[in-house]
Design a binder for this molecule. Structure first.
Ligand SMILES: Nc1ncnc2c1ncn2[C@@H]1O[C@H](COP(=O)(O)OP(=O)(O)O)[C@@H](O)[C@H]1O
Ligand SMILES: [Mg+2]
Length: 268
């Protein structure tokens, strides 16, 4: 086993090689590139069942790049992403597809399929990946819409929605297959502070009612403080993580650059 770095708040090395029941994902020695540029390396952390983990850092530090690797869309330059103990980038196609069905993703652009109604957007993954009948798909899609506060929106088209509603609908679609883990890349981007705060509240509700673990990429301090159990800082200069722990701990005694990041009054 390679020598792990020990960011703030991580367990001791001898406890990390075993996959406890509360660990969904193990990231080990991960290095990720965007194009030809290695933007982050030496990443070493777990994602725990039911937690809200914020991935934070200034614009361009590699947050979205990391998410693309965590969901298996891109191959790492080095290291591994282990999902329930299985390497997300190795194995046969059927095994990988089954693993990928266990988590939901909402990318930064958060686009819905514009030619489909909200209900159809949510039922589409069910049609692709499950054997549910159409009545059951409908029932579940309506339930997901109700969860995000869009009851009655089943037949609406994306173009009929405000930005905040579109984000919530995209979140409902990410929930289509009842994931145990949800990756959200900048869910509040493009929203006014009130709608961004509503989305944070929604994330906490999901965790509370469904027990869904959430990895939320954000550079917004308010969101980090409001929702994250732990936060991971990707440093743009060191090109690696320099902190991991409860945001309040990082704010009071994290590394200097992390404290500075969390104390910014104005968001980048
Ligand atoms: N496809 C690409 N080819 C080359 N460079 C890229 C590509 N995508 C992103 N980058 C660069 O990689 C860095 C990290 O980008 P990104 O992961 O989007 O950052 P963040 O999400 O933290 O804002 C940035 O400097 C960005 O300009
Ligand atoms: Mg990004």
């Amino acid at each position: 086993m390679q020598t792990p770095q020990l960011p703030l708040g991580e367990p001791a090395p001898q406890t990390r090689s075993t996959l406890g029941p509360d660990v969904l994902v193990q990231v080990r020695g991960l290095a990720v590139a965007a194009g030809n540029l290695v933007v982050q390396s030496g990443l070493e952390f777990d994602i725990r069942a039911g937690e809200v983990l914020a991935v934070m850092g200034p614009s361009g530090c590699g947050k979205s790049t990391l998410v693309r690797h965590l969901v298996g869309l891109e191959r790492p330059v080095a290291g591994q992403v282990l999902y329930a103990g299985h390497d997300l980038h190795r194995g046969d196609a059927a095994e990988l597809a089954a693993l990928r069905r266990r988590f939901g993703v909402m990318f930064q652009a958060g686009a819905l399929w514009s030619s489909m109604s909200l209900g159809e957007n949510i039922m589409f993954p069910m049609r692709l990946f499950t054997r549910l009948g159409s009545a059951e798909r409908r029932r579940r899609a309506r339930f997901k819409l109700a969860l995000v506060g869009l009851d009655g929106g089943f037949d609406l088209m994306p173009a009929q929605l405000s930005g905040g509603m579109r984000k919530r609908a995209a979140l409902a679609r990410a929930l289509a297959l009842d994931p145990e883990l949800l990756y959200l890349d900048e869910p509040g981007s493009g929203l006014d502070p009130l709608n961004a705060a509503r989305l944070d509240e929604l994330v906490l509700n999901l965790r509370h009612h469904l027990g869904t673990a959430v990895v939320m990429v954000t550079h917004e301090n308010a969101s980090i403080m409001a929702v994250a159990d732990r936060a991971l800082y990707l440093d743009p200069l060191a090109h690696t993580m320099t902190a991991l722990g409860p945001p309040r701990d990082l704010l009071s005694h994290g590394p200097a650059e992390v404290r500075a990041f969390l104390q910014r009054g104005v968001v980048a």
